[in-house]
Structure formats: structure tokens, C-alpha cells
Design a protein around this ligand. Sequence first.
Ligand code: HEM
Length: 404
Amino acid sequence: MASTAPAPAIDLLAPASFASGQPHDQFAWLREHDPVHWHPEGDEDRGFWAVTRYADVKAVGRDAGTYSSVPSIMIPDGAALDAGDHQMMLTMDPPRHTAYRRLVAPEFIPRAARAMRPRIDELARRIVDGAVERGGTCDLVADVAGLMPSYVIADMLGIPHEDGVALYELTEAIHAAPESQAPGAGMAAILQMFNYAREVWEQRRAEPADDLATTIAFAQVDGDELDLIDFNLFFLLLVDAGGDTTRNLVAGGMDALFAHPDQRAWLAADLDGRLATAVEELLRWVSPVVYMRRTATSDTTLAGTAVAAGDKVVMYYGSANRDPEAFGPTADQLDLARTPNEHVAFGGGGPHFCLGAHIARAEIHALLRELLTRLPDLSPAGPTEWLPSTFISGPKHLPVRLAR
Ligand code: HEM
């Protein structure tokens, strides 16, 4: 039955729409009334198609021939890092994308992620130890959740943990809206990141080690060795992609558990038996990546709407993950026991499907397990502040009290 609720103002480019999480009222209206919605972007002439239904998000993500990742997966064209004819794997199409992804894929497959679990469990223990030692209150985002992905990618690349944390801070400056920081700060952060990456490249080329940085430093595509710019772009992508996504899932997941004490109690009653299923529901619920953009390569039709070659087409994962057509009448409820749960938090299953999904799950599982076991009285110590971002969703600050 069509709802009679008044239409909310639709503005998916306004940080204010994301000020307290994703704009689910706007998404619900769009799914029901205008699932492939022409959304203005800046001036009158520009715009993009906002795709909000689960089936359409999957269809776009899986059809890289019609919906290209070149030149950018962000809505503004200028947001892509300009590195001449070099690109990040995330903004390549097959077959080039396939060749680049193949270089690093063995480090991310389920077997590799399983082998990393004891180390990830140990990191989770250490991170929660740190919080417990400090005692009192802390910021779950910066002091707990954010450390795990920085440590894990540092381990994988073979660099010190402190450097992983510092590099991650640089990615935040790279992504921050220019008006939110000092002029030139974004470019300075890119240069610092690339200077660091160059040192790693030089060290590994001189003295190969058993790590992912060495794999990339010696990788070849079609018989040609990758160059320093390729290495830098890979390095930036790896530091970046798993950082705030995983952090936001853990912090956003805890925020959801605070808001749903009955669900938290259900989970705590059999943590080991229920956590894996619960993590999938928290991924669906939080959906840390708000969207990925594609660009139509030819005139086409999406769910009955004509899309022209060159149009931007934007997949809203957070909306797809609340689509009642896919998740039934309880789509807008948190149900940690939900199965099946074919959410699209890691993408809709196309060629760019999150490379780090298995590692991310291991990180999230380990940290939530440690938090919920060691700190059963963990509770909010103030209001959650959300990231004012239209691209990545999650708490910016989540003050917590460690014990009653
Ligand atoms: C909760 C945590 C995470 C979420 C929600 C997430 C989500 C995503 C999404 C939505 C995409 C794009 C999918 C598409 O376009 O079809 C993606 C790509 C990617 N992710 Fe993740 N991610 C997470 C954690 C990680 C981690 C921990 C790593 C690395 C250790 C990682 C590495 C990557 C890479 C390298 C890509 C690009 C893949 C490609 O272009 O082929 N991600 N991720």
C-alpha cells in the first residue's frame, strides 16, 4: 500500500541530511515514489540519478560494461585524484581493473583472512586493554574502533602501527571538505602520504620483505612493472578503504546496540553463537559507505527510466539495505537474528565488491566480542555526534563510560 506521508525535502548532497545518520525518510520516499531520481548537483544543468532500490543498486553495480567506475566513484568529478594516466583500482574498469585486483587478491581471500584471525584477536585484546587501563570515559570512535583497521593494514603493509594511525589521519585530511580546514591542507596531506609511500617503495625494492608492500612494489601487469605512482595509489587505497568504514561499523554498531537494549541482551545471552549473524545485521543497519557512483557508457534504461550516455548514476547502499522488497516488512527494524541477510554494505556483488570484506568481518567480530565480553556495562556517556559526510556514514564521536 502506498504511504500517504508527506514528501520530505530531498537533498542527498547536504551534509545536514546526514547530521544524525543516513536520511532514511528521504530514502523511503524515493524508493516508493521515484526510485531512479534525477537529483540536481550545484547549478541547474548538472545532476545525477539517485538509485535507491535494492534490485536496481545490484543491477548497476554488477554491470561494469554499462556503468563505468571511470572517472570517479564520488559524485563531484573534481573529487578524483588527478594522477595523469594512472588510476586507483577503485576507479578502473575491467579488464584493467581485473589485472590490478588480481595482484593483491590472494592477500584478501577467506583463507588469508582466517590466517590473520589470531593476530586480529590479539590486537582487539590490546586495544580494549588500552581503554580499560585509561578507565573512566573515552571516545569509542578514536580510542577504540579507529585503531583496529589502522593496525591491521599496517601489519599487512609491513609498517609500524603508529605510522598506520598517522597515515590514516592523513586520509581524513585528504577527504575533508576544503572549507573545513586550512587552505592547501588536503594537498599537503597527499604529498605527505606519497612521500611516505615512496620511502616504503624504495626500501622494499632494495630489501624485499614478506609483506603486501613488497608484493605491490614488484608487481607486473602484462609484463610491465608497476611504477612508483601505481604503488602510491595502491598504498593510498589500502590505507583509506578499510579505515573509516570498519571504524564506523564498530562505533555505529555499538551505538545501535545502545539504542536497542533488548537486542543487545539477546546477543549477550549467546555471544559466540550469535555474533556472526549479528555482525551482518549491523553491516546492513549502519551501511558505512553511503554510495558509490558510476557513469553510463551508453544510453540505457534503468527500472523504466531513460539514462543517457555520460550520466552519473549513484547507488545508495544505505537505502538498498532498508528496502522492504528485499528485507520484508521488518526492513526498518534492527533484528540481529536476521537470516538470510544479503545486504549490500560491501557492494552489490560486481567486480569492485569490497576486497577487504573478509578481513573487515574478522576485525569487527574480534573488537565487538572483546568489548561486549570485557565491558558488559559499557554505556553512552554523552550524545553521539555523526560525521557530516554525504559519502561515509557513522559516528564522529561516541563518548562511552567503561563501567557503571
Ligand atoms: C565495514 C567495513 C567495510 C565496508 C562497509 C566496505 C565497503 C566497501 C564498498 C561498498 C566498496 C565498493 C564496492 C563496489 O563498488 O561494488 C569497497 C571496495 C573496497 N574495499 Fe572495502 N569496505 C570495508 C572494509 C574494507 C577493509 C578492511 C579493506 C582492506 C583491508 C577494504 C578494502 C577495499 C578495497 C581495496 C576496495 C576496492 C575494490 C576494487 O576496486 O576492486 N575494505 N569496500
